[in-house]
Design a protein around this ligand. Structure first.
Ligand code: ATP
Ligand code: MG
Length: 248
């Protein structure tokens, strides 16, 4: 491959109204699709989060915790996945509308995790799409798990796995805030961290609160935990405010 790919995460906190179940932020989706088209990145992989589509259902049915043997939870697994493909279709439609040849790879049909961790490689498939000039589109999803029956595979884990497996040039994480802060910006005016080293990122991961109310995959703490191995491989990560035009 010519250029090293860039992996872009469109946070669920941007593409949906995270506190209103099943509510997409259509104007943000359309704007981001336009900006991605303008950027003309030669090798791009896009991953989007669950936002108010995936997280509330995953929480309601305890999907991340694994299969409890009950039929009602199986239905919940289907429903969580259905919500995700609904959101995915909106993103895909917006990308195609902007002449971006995106192609969805549904994690639920291609990835089996082991105790919540992605073990298989997906780089061959991604490379085949990139070679053709397609833009692979993945998302955090309800997936089968060899130990737990099923679980939730976060978009953040997918971003890091894809970037590491493909030796990406860079990861760009689009979130609703201005980036990474010393403390959760929702709790008051925290200090924005403009740059940080791997060691500082690890320290921040320990200090950051575990989960936000609407996120079953650890919110910012989960994100940092997933990004550390990518940074260890020398991949630069930028966390940017994707709610503001032109930042991504
Ligand atoms: N130290 C921190 N710096 C920045 N944001 C933080 C921090 N601690 C907590 N947060 C919160 O993390 C949230 C972003 O992470 P979250 O997982 O909720 O969004 P997302 O990853 O975009 O959504 P999804 O998981 O649906 O893709 C922000 O809303 C912010 O309030
Ligand atoms: Mg999240």
């Amino acid at each position: 491959m010519k250029a090293r790919p860039i992996v872009l995460k469109l946070g669920g906190s941007v593409i949906t109204h995270k506190d209103v179940p099943l509510s997409a932020n259509e104007s943000a989706i359309e704007r981001l699709a336009e900006e991605i088209a303008e950027a003309k990145v030669p090798q791009l992989i896009i991953v989007h989060g669950g936002g108010s589509f995936g997280h509330p259902l995953a929480k309601k049915y305890s999907i991340k915790e694994g299969f409890n043997g009950k039929f009602s939870q199986l239905l919940g697994f289907s429903e969580t996945h259905q919500a995700m493909i609904t959101l995915n279709n909106m993103i895909l439609k917006a990308l195609i509308h902007c002449n971006i040849p995106a192609l969805t790879i549904a994690p639920s049909s291609t990835i089996v995790s082991k105790s919540g961790r992605m073990v298989a490689r997906i780089d061959d498939h991604l490379k085949n799409l990139l070679r053709l000039g397609l833009v692979p589109l993945l998302y955090g999803d309800a997936v089968l798990d060899s130990d737990k029956g099923f679980t939730i595979l976060s978009g953040d884990q997918l971003v890091a796995a894809a970037a590491i497996q493909l030796n990406a040039e860079r990861i760009i994480i689009g979130v609703e805030g201005d980036g990474l802060f010393k403390t959760d910006p929702k709790l008051g005016r925290g200090d924005l961290i403009r740059t940080c080293t791997l060691q500082q990122l690890k320290e921040l991961g320990k200090q950051t609160r575990k989960t936000t109310a609407h996120d079953v995959t650890g919110g910012m703490q989960g994100k940092i935990a997933e990004l550390v191995p990518a940074v260890e491989k020398g991949i630069t990560v930028a966390i940017v405010n994707a709610c503001k035009p032109q930042r991504v």
